[in-house]
Design a protein around this ligand. Sequence first.
Ligand SMILES: [Fe+2]
Length: 417
Amino acid sequence: MLPTARSHAPDHDLIIPLFDEVRTRTEQLAAPLTPEDAMLQSMEEASPPKWHLAHTTWFFEEFVLKPYLPSYQTPDDRFAFLFNSYYVQAGPRHARDKRGLISRPALREVMSYREHVTEAISALLCSNRSDRDDIAALVELGSHHEMQHQELLVTDLLHALSCNPLLVAYRPPDPVPPAAETEMGFTHHDGGLVETGHKGTGFAYDCEQPRHQGFLEPYRLADRPVINRDWIAFIDDGGYTTQTLWLNDGWAICRKQDWDTPLYWWRQDDEWWSYTLRGAQPVLLDAPVCHVSYYEADAFARWAGARLPSEVEWEAAFADTAIDGNFLESGALRPRPEGGAWGDIWEWTKSPFTSYPGFRPPEGAIGEYNGKFMINQMVLRGGSCATPVRQMRPSYRNFFYPQHRWQMMGLRLAQNA
Ligand SMILES: [Fe+2]
């Protein structure tokens, strides 16, 4: 029997609507795609939409239906090999960089696989079993897992479509009203002894726990993210060609990959443009800069006489700020001007993704979810225009490698007080 991921008592009245909402939204995100779109894999890190649709389904099958419902029959035993991502303890799996070659099962077969598993989980959630808390906790985990894949589906799709010279729009262009230019200011924080990490009784991943104390020196945090207007000043001032601004590893990759703008930008008729999920668009000068790596964010901060905040500084500053803003549900699918602390872009922090004091992953395959990735990646905070708002909490930690740019990644400056 699989050990459970249960660290709190799940609220059964909330799990069924959460599960329904999540499964439906993934399908809505995939609805505008052709079967050809659904096959695209533009790089190893990004997966085809069809694979996301199937893998999130396999997760429920592997971790809920197979261990808890012995009578469950999978439509195809081979799906476990095709759609396991990285769970070594769940068995062998297909090569990550070859997911775009899985032309069969066809998209319609993957959609019927989804329906099959959705129906089985829904029936299981309605049964009155003694282990219903364990089942509900795993369905809750699977729903949050699927929300993470909704964001990946959208950002992977952006990367894949950006490789098509036709620059097709996933959603129709939407006009964004011009915003007033705002100076960046800094807010003072006293620091001292602070508590961060997951608080309360709701869902959280193992890596957000346990809540713990830390000490902060006084610091200052910018009152808005870095915007495109700021970034253009960095470009114009030789930010991409001044080696002294860069970390050594960052400079090497900047040279090797010829970085001279954020990902998806180009210059046309004396204007900056970028490719977005709403097609080619002029860069919105007052929207947060997006699609920059940790290395670029770090170089920008040095150029600006500042630094990136630590994740504890970020969390301590914004834990009590209401989580609203431009998330996936807004439908904008790109950062907009005048947002707050939450939404629009994930903000790079200078903190490596490591375990909190007392961290204990669950036993079994579910324990592979976060723990084995705690090396060489940096934490991002705040959520983006591709993040479902329901997955956000003050303690939520996103993490990517410092050279990654295809997520909705930007930054906010900090300074020592
Ligand atoms: Fe996954």
